[in-house]
Design a protein around this ligand. Structure first.
Ligand code: NAD
Ligand code: WQD
Length: 341
């Protein structure tokens, strides 16, 4: 598992081990901390090996897979901030595309042909109709989304050339929430880009108020609507996608969303209910590049994987608040010690 110390990776590692898989995780802590690895070890219900490694270092990756053979790869490692990707596009192409090329080359060399790839609803851009199905045209509108679209195309080409390859790209909508234990959650570096971690930091007193980016959208309350999906549902989706890889060769693309939209105001109300006080907010200008509504049609995931999200926005707010209040400053930086934990 690449990006195993990250938000979705850490939850998925726990989910996979609970189902009996052994996990070898790598991460370079570019956007995460060793504290998350330590928490995964605490929750692990199986064997978890972690190696600090930059995925762009093909030699070390090759050596790791020689030493610790794996039968499949779940690839989360990437940079994911849309705004930042406009400022430093080359870093995004390097981490997201170049590292994926390296990973696939090493997999070819090591004879590993099964992969689950983290893709994104951002590939759809401004979709014409809601909810969004996988056959909607790809119209990425920023470098981050283009890196995800390029990776999907690279993977499709590899599958074309190597007919035994089994790859699933999961396009997630808006992952949110935390592990119900309160041990794992979202711990972004700096000012959160995403709305739910921002609200959680308002709730715990780290930020004064939520800036609502526009209330003049053509939605019932004027604020943007998104398909928030619990990170544990996403983790289960990865387990099922991994276990279903053997059912089909080639490249499959599957949405992970709930099919339900929630506005920014509704989300703020739900979080206020979870933390027991009305959280302050102020309406500011729209954020450039934002769209009014993005909601998944998740029926293909149900059909192909037998997967359906079972947790709602109230669950996401409860679990995110549970993590935030027990970890007001996120994961404490722990001593990195050696490179293998
Ligand atoms: P995250 O930043 O918490 O996790 C990504 C992890 O990859 C981090 O731990 C980071 O340190 C690691 N990483 C980055 N560059 C690396 C490198 N060169 N070598 C090794 N590790 C590296 O993000 P997340 O929310 O867990 O996202 C995981 C994946 O899901 C990403 O590919 C992201 O693009 C995709 N995704 C996320 C969302 C979302 O809103 N969270 C939505 C759709 C898709
Ligand atoms: C959600 C809503 C904002 C912050 C991003 C990426 C997408 C995917 C998921 C990776 C919008 C509003 C936000 C704030 C606000 N990630 N908002 N105040 O933009 O839907 O999607 O994350 O693949 O690619 O683009 O998520 O959480 O930033 O915003 O009012 O401080 O909250 O306008 O309506 P977004 P988000």
């Amino acid at each position: 598992m690449t990006g195993a110390a990250g938000f979705i990776g850490s939850h998925t590692a726990v989910e996979l081990m609970a189902a009996g898989h052994d996990v070898v995780g790598v991460d370079n802590f570019a956007n995460s901390s060793p504290g998350a690895v330590e928490r995964v070890h605490r929750l692990a219900d199986g064997r978890f090996t972690f190696v600090e490694l930059d995925l762009r270092d093909r030699t070390s990756l090759n050596e790791l897979l020689r030493r610790r053979p794996v039968d499949a790869v779940v690839h989360f490692a990437a940079r994911k901030a849309v705004g930042e990707s406009v400022d430093i596009p080359l870093d995004y192409y390097d981490t997201n595309v170049n590292a994926t090329l390296g990973l696939v080359s090493v997999m070819l060399e090591r004879g590993v042909n099964r992969l689950v790839f983290s893709s994104s609803c951002s590939i759809y851009g401004e979709a014409e109709s809601m909810p969004i199905r996988e056959d909607a045209p790809a119209r990425p509108t920023n470098p981050y989304a283009r890196t995800k679209w390029m990776c999907e195309q690279i993977l499709a080409d590899v599958c074309q050339r190597h007919p035994d390859w089994q790859v699933t790209s999961l396009r997630y909508f808006n992952p949110a929430g935390a592990h119900p234990s309160g041990l794992l959650g979202e711990d972004p570096r700096g000012v959160p880009n995403n709305v739910l971690p921002y609200i959680a930091q308002v709730a715990v007193g780290r930020r004064a108020e939520l800036s609502i980016f526009g209330d003049d959208y053509p939605t019932p309350d004027g604020t943007g609507i998104r398909d928030y999906i619990h990170v544990v549902d996403i983790a289960e989706g990865h387990r099922l996608a991994l276990e279903a890889l053997g059912e089909a060769t080639g490249h499959r693309v599957i949405n992970l969303g709930t099919g339900h939209g929630t506005s920014v105001r509704e989300l703020l109300t739900a979080f206020s209910a979870a933390c027991g006080r009305e959280l302050p907010s102020r309406v500011v200008a729209r954020r450039p590049g934002d769209v009014a509504e993005l909601v998944a049609d998740p029926s293909l995931a149900r059909e192909l994987l037998g997967w359906k999200a079972t947790r709602d926005v109230a669950d996401m707010c409860r679990d995110a608040w549970n993590f935030q209040r027990h970890n007001p400053n996120g994961y404490a930086e722990t001593d990195r010690g050696g490179t293998e934990q």
